[in-house]
Unconditional design. Sequence first.
Length: 408
Amino acid sequence: MTVESTAARTPRRSAGTKAGTTGTKRTTSTTKKAAGATKKAAGAGKGAEPALVQLLTPEGERVKNAEFDRYVADVTADDLRGLYRDMVLTRRFDAEATSLQRQGELGLWASLLGQEAAQIGSGRALRDDDYVFPTYREHGVAWCRGVDPTNLLGMFRGVNNGGWDPNGNNFHLYTIVIGSQALHATGYAMGVTKDGADSAVIAYFGDGASSQGDVAEAFTFSAVYNAPVVFFCQNNQWAISEPTEKQSRVPLYQRAQGFGFPGVRVDGNDVLANLAVTKWALERARAGEGPTLVEAFTYRMGAHTTSDDPTRYRGDEERLAWEAKDPILRLRRYLEASNHADEGFFAELETESEALGKRVREAVRAMPDPDHFAIFENVYADGHALVDEERAQFAAYQASFADEDGGK
């Protein structure tokens, strides 16, 4: 499905009545099986590296998983090619945005390089009536929700405040305040329960945000009110320059235990595993079984943002080790080994990728500059003398440039 042809989703909380009542948890065979999977993910013992839910190895080999295979049993060869296409085009868009920022066309850019599988896998697990609360790096999830990528770039160029209607795609505007969207998602999910709907809510955040008080508060409220929310943590291992081990003494997914709901760690570079685990977590939410914490263990292969220099705090050896686990290369190996895609498919996709890059470049450079005086609007409902004074000072400042240029 191309972005251009994706119809805007009608905002809705589906009208079905949810089984169970608020605050009541149901125990099902699925929940028991999933609980077993989370225990397995805890590792062999203290100090051991936790096991990952993995369905595709870095070499592209399919791994059987008794707990989660059922959630991808209906995935066809067409679906696999679609997941691959999503990741490739998302990476191309991301690379184009990085280049545009380096050329002075964007003020800043937060790259998702390396995190495509976590975002596309989880994004494709969502139903249209589910609601998404992103941070500011979820470009792949935005793609899955039908948000045109040029709207994302408009925000980073400073010509709009988001560029899309959140209710048109059930995809909230990007959130810059770290971790606050977890509370927004929890409140929305509590509203879903009161509406008697059977949709779910998902909140995306990173390992750095997991240290914020807002996230802990969201965990508390979601657990107490049994809210239908999935907390999806993309642990890319670096909160700007702080490694995860300086933020937590335990793997992040284990934090859920203290709040009374399940947590599971998934291989964040395995698109199939992310699809399966997120489907499981969303089904729990819709069935009235409360929140889930999914930790997608992945790696930020680029900089935190284009204002960051990752070479100052991490070495090339670490980056190269993770490049060998590249999520796109992993799925390509599986497609080729399974004869699910041929060279014609990859060549056609490369052509589509080039066209997307060209469209993005042209769209960004054609964006009109915003009204310089718009920043003074809506500061106060009835106006304010100080704002009027600042507006006049700014007008004089702008006029000075015309004077220096001979009035041109």
